[in-house]
Design a protein around this ligand. Structure first.
Ligand code: SAH
Length: 350
């Protein structure tokens, strides 16, 4: 798809075709499976001050917490018990945890459970990333947020977009499955900017792509800006599914913050992953990246049950598979078999 076709689809020119085609591609590659990944948000401390994020260093209204390694392991342990094949460890950019201390957590999770591990710990050093890979980490998520350099550097003061790109390459070379993505509907983002972000994300040949709408947080400089439109976020997701048939794509929680039903809609138009929180009840609500994040009062087991029901109600199956990216079996995301159809290839079974 070229820039003008994507811009037209983003404006709603052909939603019926777009959502049906994205759903078709998704089912051809992943069947009706939805991979469940349990996410442990183990620290909300952050050295950065991203304008959009509620955990930014300069927000003094957040109650900060850090889980110690035994607490992280107890939370991660729920993944296997509650029918999930992956654990995601996420935090603010928090260097209180030295590389070797995270490495021990990774090793222990791998020793005690048969799960894949995804890390989402921000801009860590190459040495840390190498160590964690050697200890068994499988995947790393590092969102580019926006591909426009000026905009990126305004939204993430003190950070350089070239460093973010370089780190994505480092992760790939270390053998991680690599994920990235953008926030849709950020204040001032034009349709052209979004369309070009979709083309550039696709060119990165990612194993995982996360897109979700901007949700304004009251304690950030973007507090009074409007939230990203859900329909627009779903169109981005659907286009990316068509241009990246083999990427794992979550129905992110930001969608649910803007519109309660949007995550179920996301499953229909391209998403094949759900990431329920395993973070303990006493700290979970403080992982307040945006309003509505982790705000339900449920205990973890109840939340997982609810997620599974939502998946089934949408006509899909909750899957406990590790759910590696099938892109690995196919090379490029755009690979097709000789009949011209997407080839689901060798898939793990549920
Ligand atoms: N500190 C790590 C991990 C953070 S992951 C890192 O920066 O990589 C948190 C993700 O939440 C971010 O990548 C961003 O895409 C998303 N996010 C943060 N604030 C948001 C907001 N206000 N609305 C929507 N998404 C937001």
């Amino acid at each position: 798809m070229n820039l003008s076709e994507i811009t037209a689809l983003l404006s709603g020119a052909d939603d019926e075709w777009l959502f049906a085609e994205a759903g078709r591609v998704r089912r051809l590659v992943f069947g009706r499976d939805v991979y469940m990944r349990g996410i442990v948000e183990f620290s909300n401390h952050c050295i950065n001050s991203c304008l959009y994020c509620g955990l930014r260093r300069s927000n003094s209204r957040v109650q900060r917490y850090r889980m110690d390694p035994p607490e992280i392991l107890r939370a991660a342990d729920l993944a296997g018990r509650l029918g999930m094949g992956s654990v995601v460890l996420q935090s603010g950019d928090d260097f209180y945890y030295a590389g070797p201390s995270i490495a021990r957590v990774i090793r222990e999770i791998k020793r005690s459970q048969d799960v894949a591990i995804t890390l989402s710990l921000g801009d860590r050093t190459e040495d840390d990333l190498r160590l964690w890979k050697a200890c068994g980490a499988d995947r790393y998520l590092l969102k580019i947020e926006t591909f426009n350099q000026k905009y990126f550097e305004r939204l993430r003061p003190g950070c350089r977009i070239t460093d973010r790109f370089r780190r994505i390459e480092v992760l790939r070379n270390l053998g991680y499955e690599v994920g990235s993505g953008v926030i849709t509907g950020l204040p001032g983002a034009t349709p052209d900017l979004m369309a070009s972000d979709i083309i550039r994300l696709t060119a990165l040949n990612l194993d995982m792509i996360a897109v979700g709408p901007f949700v304004p947080h009251p304690d950030t400089p973007l507090a009074t800006e409007p939230a990203g439109d859900t329909m627009h976020a779903l169109r981005c997701l659907a286009i990316l599914r068509i241009t990246n048939p083999y990427a794992n794509m979550p129905a992110v929680s930001a969608l649910a913050s803007v519109n309660r039903d949007a995550r179920a809609q996301a499953l229909q138009c391209g998403a094949n992953v759900l990431m329920p929180s395993l973070t303990p009840e006493d700290v979970r609500r403080h992982y307040s990246i945006y309003p509505g994040k982790n705000s339900d009062p449920l205990i973890t087991a109840e939340r997982i049950t609810l997620c599974k029901k939502m998946i089934e109600a949408a006509g899909y199956f909750p899957s406990a598979a590790k759910g590696f990216s099938p892109r690995r079996y196919h090379g490029q995301n755009t690979a097709r078999n000789e009949t011209g159809h997407y080839d689901p290839g060798t898939q793990e079974r549920r």
